[in-house]
Design a protein around this ligand. Structure first.
Ligand code: DX5
Length: 255
């Protein structure tokens, strides 16, 4: 109980030794803190900063209490960068079912490469079908879990995804506090992936900063893809932010 209280107080989580071989660290900015009056300029700047891909946080005001943008805005950014895209669908089941083709198409790479399309397990009654459809439409299917959703919710679909996104805040807004108790969930999913010899990345999103307590703890637990919004846009020189985030993650993978 004392450990949990310490963790909730934001104490540095004990760095567990990474289970299995480390996977390449990827820094993936969320556009949520970007200047929406000049989103294209920020996407160009993120490419120059050395980011690995860009995450577009799609919100419909139903699944989360916020509203952002649709597939046309994502597709328009293709003119501003050659980076690969990632679309996180924080939307209702109705929107997921109705618009998966448009989002999958908008997320594709500059030469039609599969873009990462993330559906929430909480918004997909028939998630096998949703993930298979994304793959069939030329996307890279991935699944996200809210903080209160147990790891077991994705235990039976790990063979269908390329990424598992463990939310480390409640989705809907940037700039929230990281939830340190999510490292247990990351470790559990990581063990399943390694023991089954699956080629699956674990992503984390929410409150990720260049600190041992956030990106360090998540890297040690098994995450290798890090979504940073306010934690990256806070840097005047975002290439410095990418370097610092990557350095801490790689250090804690080797702990
Ligand atoms: C949650 C959003 C945020 C955003 C990153 O719905 O998806 O997690 O990407 O926000 P920061 O990095 O500012 O916590």
């Amino acid at each position: 109980m004392k450990l949990k209280l310490a963790l909730l107080a934001g104490a540095a989580a004990p760095a567990a030794a990474l289970y299995g071989a480390p996977r390449p660290v990827q820094i993936i900015p969320s556009v949520l803190p970007a200047d929406f009056a000049a989103l294209g300029l920020d996407c160009t700047a993120l490419e120059k900063a050395g980011c690995d891909r860009i995450q577009f946080d799609v919100m419909d005001g139903n699944f989360v209490p916020n509203l952002t943008f649709g597939p046309d805005v994502i597709a328009a950014q293709r003119k501003t960068t050659k980076l690969m895209f990632e679309t996180q669908l924080m939307v209702s089941e109705r929107c997921t079912d109705a618009m998966l083709p448009q989002f999958t198409e908008a997320t594709k790479g500059p030469n039609g490469e599969p873009g990462v399309v993330i559906v929430h397990v909480e918004a997909c009654t028939h998630i096998h079908r949703s993930l298979s459809n994304i793959r069939a439409m030329g996307g890279s299917p991935s699944v996200a879990l809210n903080p209160s959703t147990p790891a077991e919710a994705v235990e039976n679909i790990l063979d269908l995804v390329d990424h598992v996104l463990v939310m480390t805040v409640n989705p809907g807004f940037g700039g929230q506090a990281y939830i340190p108790t999510m490292t247990d969930k990351i470790e559990k999913i990581r063990k399943w992936i390694v023991d089954r010899n699956l080629d699956v990345d674990i992503e984390v999103d929410g409150g990720i900063k260049a600190t041992p307590e956030t990106i360090g703890a998540c890297a040690a637990a098994g995450a290798n893809c890090f979504i940073a919004g306010s934690g990256l846009f806070a840097y005047d020189d975002m290439s410095q932010g990418v370097k610092e985030l990557k350095a801490i993650a790689e250090e804690y993978q080797k702990k």
